[in-house]
Design a protein around this ligand. Sequence first.
Ligand SMILES: [Zn+2]
Length: 79
Amino acid sequence: MLAKMELKVGDVYKCPEGHKASIVWISESEKVIAVKCHYNHFYKVAKVADHTKPSLSYRSHPTEEKKIYTKDMVFLIRI
Ligand SMILES: [Zn+2]
């Protein structure tokens, strides 16, 4: 798109993962905006103790990798 888009806070803007997010902040230069998205986003993989399986020893506590998703992430986007 060649035409400069008029963006304002509250407008719908795609987050980096393609969801419909809303603009919560626009820099004075209008080169950077912040969008807040209510969808879940992949955050990180963490090793967590699996409490659902019985274990005989705390030392050999089974762990599993769990993908952590986070909601309401705010992304800074260069436009
Ligand atoms: Zn999103």
